[in-house]
Design a binder for this molecule. Structure first.
Ligand code: SF4
Length: 329
């Protein structure tokens, strides 16, 4: 049986606004950006779990919390049953190598003053898991794994001497070199040229299989998530609106937001139920999100006062298919 590797319970991140125009306009009360607001999900071993939504939905904040780059406001992140939120830095240090992240912009995430060798050797040195020749061997092996061959050709190059695709391969290698069990990949191909996106995505799929790694794959692209992910959660303004297997979510979308996102995506499968709906306007501010259902200001299937007053819970409608919408009460 496949075990749960990561479980998130009522995870929340509100960023306080401490200065600026908004703060001075509303100075009598505390203001927060409600980036993530009590979400729950779990990820199994080797699963590719897609987190999909528009910009500002809370995807990146969620990903960063899972690898402890951001401290949650409240909630739990259970890694193999242990809550990493309540761990001290010392307790978390051995787990750091198990939980890694690949960032959106490989150029910004790689130190321009370090060679490829030093970039890849650094995690081994910091975690004190390899020394001397073993570092060199592991760096060469990981370059082969991410298909930068022969490795000797890349070891002494700096990030600016690599193409965008090669940089993202180095970033992937850096995430892999400590043999992680779980990687957060935050829009890892969105900055790359379209022609090399497929190559990098195929590489990730292959690595997930050969290295047995689970991924949280963050993207705004539902079409891409459909092909890459086992499970998809759709986020909107800090909440999960729908969660299901990729197949079920694409073929039987339930939430009006998911339907609208799908309506904007070319889906070649004639069995897919396409909605004839589109959503208008911009995503509202997470500082002052709409009451009740957060999607009610843009929902093409708005059913009345209940949508404004009551926040729908995420409930299981079909087998492992969850939706947060009053249409399914
Ligand atoms: Fe639309 Fe109401 Fe469902 Fe929200 S709860 S998605 S507003 S129908």
């Amino acid at each position: 049986m496949t075990e749960t590797i990561l479980k998130v319970e009522k995870l929340k991140k509100w960023f306080p606004i401490t200065r600026g125009l908004l703060r001075s306009l509303f100075s009598r009360r505390e203001l927060y950006v409600r980036a993530v607001d009590e979400i729950d999900f779990e990820i199994k071993e080797r699963e590719i779990f897609g987190l999909v939504g528009e910009s500002g939905s809370g995807k990146t904040t969620t990903g960063r919390m899972l690898v402890r780059l951001i401290e949650p406001t409240s909630g739990k992140i259970l890694y193999r049953g242990k809550d990493i939120v309540s761990m001290s830095d010392e307790e978390f240090k051995p787990l750091r190598k198990k939980l890694q992240m690949i960032f959106q912009d490989p150029y910004e995430s790689l130190n321009p003053k370090m060679t490829v060798f030093d970039i890849l050797a650094e995690p081994l040195r910091v975690q004190n898991v390899a020394h001397g020749d073993e570092i060199y061997e592991r760096v060469c092996k990981i370059l082969e794994d991410v298909e930068l061959t022969p490795p000797q050709e890349f070891l002494q190059r700096y990030p600016h001497e690599l193409s965008g695709g090669q940089r993202q391969r180095v970033a992937t290698g850096r995430a892999l070199i400590l043999n992680p069990e779980f990687i957060v990949a935050d829009e890892p191909v969105s900055m790359l040229d379209v022609s090399i996106r497929a190559e990098v995505l195929n590489l990730m799929l292959q690595l997930s299989e050969t290295h047995g790694i689970a991924f949280l794959y963050i993207t705004h692209d539902l079409a891409l998530a459909r092909h890459l992910c086992d499970t998809i959660a759709v986020m909107y303004l800090g909440k999960i609106m729908e969660l299901a297997s990729a197949d079920s979510l694409i073929k039987e979308p339930l939430h009006p937001y998911t339907k609208a996102l799908l309506a904007a995506v070319p889906v070649p499968d004639p069995t897919s139920k396409r909605a004839e709906v589109t959503i208008k306007g911009e995503i509202p501010s997470p500082v002052n999100p709409p009451s009740g259902c957060r999607f009610h200001t843009r929902c093409p299937q708005f059913i009345g006062e209940i949508c404004k007053k009551e926040t729908p819970s995420l409930v299981e409608i079909g087998s492992h298919h969850y939706v947060a919408c009053h249409l399914y009460r």
